[in-house]
Write a protein that binds this ligand. Structure first.
Ligand code: PLP
Length: 389
């Protein structure tokens, strides 16, 4: 009875533990063969030509910003309903952030509003450098339209894919690299598969991959082809200002072990989502997440909207009641443009993105992770219905 349900949680089994212990008993803790193995596994799974495993998803986004050479004055657009890192990577590069409001069905970037914004910039004689679109909650964006716009308005297209490992567009699990120029993943414990901390950058572009790999490790190269001279086997050169954004071998062993289970993890997440759908969708008080045509949702989050305006209970009281009953909801997300840092440094304000703001008022993320049992889900649904009055 003292079980506590958080909105997300990792699944670690004995074979995962064994995989890590094996590496710990070996010769390499970092920069050994397991990093390459994990990269190859990701490459195969998601049909990406090149993969770089990195320290975490935020480091991956930073490397993407550097590899795409964003700089001061460049305009880069993302969505307000995302984790801070999707927007902060724009600031790391010294570029200028802008946002496009979310779509009412997928809660991802509204592609029509994006096109309007691109036109508005064009009229002002300005060009958009890049778009970072986020497959929010595990629902892929309208990537076909995004690709068309990227080609038409010639901007770089980034998929912050952290929520959507295992999602599909028209049965293609490798859609991220198919449509975007470069893709970012995170393996934080609340995500679909975990390496503790960890992330990966995926691309089909060999030049971008080269830059990512060099920037990941201090901007250093040892590759004969690129050295300006060669003093001997010890010799290396620094060609870029890079970082130490590497990941360890034992984390990558865990990653490879986890990746094998992605399919079953997604299957269980979909079962739980279907149960929530079934029990909450025919109730006036709730709006359950919808699917766009041709999409397989990966349900990193189950994003329920509750019409608090029409209820006696406030969102805050509802949240607390649920917590008293061992149900740890979360809210994804407080819109990024309303963060004090963004308001005061970039002039964003209340009312700029009304869909995102009203979504925030109603949204709660329900517990969803593979280890949640049917009885647990049943209990959570019962409590939601009991308190949402
Ligand atoms: C988790 C997440 C990140 C950051 O990943 P970390 O591994 O926690 O640094 C970036 N973007 C989105 C959308 C995320 O959900």
């Amino acid at each position: 009875m003292n079980k506590f349900y958080s909105y997300g949680k990792q699944t670690i089994e004995q074979d995962d533990i064994d995989a890590v212990v094996e590496v710990l008993n070996g010769d390499w803790l970092t920069q050994g063969p397991y990093v390459k193995k994990f990269e190859d596994d990701l490459s195969e799974k998601f049909n990406a030509k090149y993969v770089s495993a990195v320290a975490n998803g935020t480091a991956g986004l930073h490397l993407i910003a550097l590899a795409l050479e964003w700089k001061q004055g460049d305009i880069v657009i993302t969505t307000p309903i995302t984790f801070l890192a999707s927007a902060n990577c724009i600031l790391y590069a010294g570029a200028t952030p802008d946002f496009v409001d979310i779509d009412s069905v997928s809660y991802t970037m509204d592609v029509n509003k994006l096109e309007q914004k691109l036109k508005d910039y064009q009229i002002k004689g300005k060009k958009v450098k890049a778009v970072v679109a986020v497959d929010f909650a595990g629902h892929p964006c309208d990537w076909k339209k995004l690709r068309l716009l990227a080609d038409k308005y010639s901007f770089q297209l980034v998929n912050d894919n952290c929520h959507a490992l295992g999602a599909e567009i028209e049965s293609n699990i490798g859609y991220a690299c198919k449509f975007a120029d470069i893709v970012n993943m995170s393996f934080h414990p609340v995500k679909h598969i975990t390496t503790g901390e960890g992330g990966a950058v995926l691309t089909n572009d060999v030049e971008l991959d080269k830059k990512i790999k060099i920037l990941r490790t201090h901007g250093i190269t040892k590759d004969e082809k690129y050295l300006t001279k060669n003093d001997g086997p010890w010799y290396y050169e620094m060609h870029e200002l890079g970082f130490n954004y590497r990941i360890t071998d034992f984390q990558c062993a865990l990653g490879s072990s986890q990746l094998k289970k992605l399919k079953s993890f997604i299957k269980r997440r979909i079962e739980i989502a279907s149960y929530y759908d079934e029990h909450l969708s025919n109730d006036e008080r709730f709006i359950v997440p919808e699917l766009s045509a041709g999409i397989k949702h990966a349900y990193h989050l189950y994003s329920l909207q509750i019409k608090f305006d029409e209820l006696r209970i406030s969102k805050k009281d509802f949240f607390e009641k649920m917590k008293e009953n061992n149900i740890g909801l979360q809210v994804h997300y407080f819109p990024v443009h309303l963060q004090p840092y963004y308001k005061s440094n970039y002039g964003f304000a209340e009312g700029d993105y009304p869909m995102a703001e009203s979504f925030y008022k109603n949204e709660v993320s329900l517990p969803i992770y593979p280890l949640l049992a049917n009885d647990d889900v049943d209990y959570i649904v019962k409590k939601i219905k009991e308190f949402a009055i």
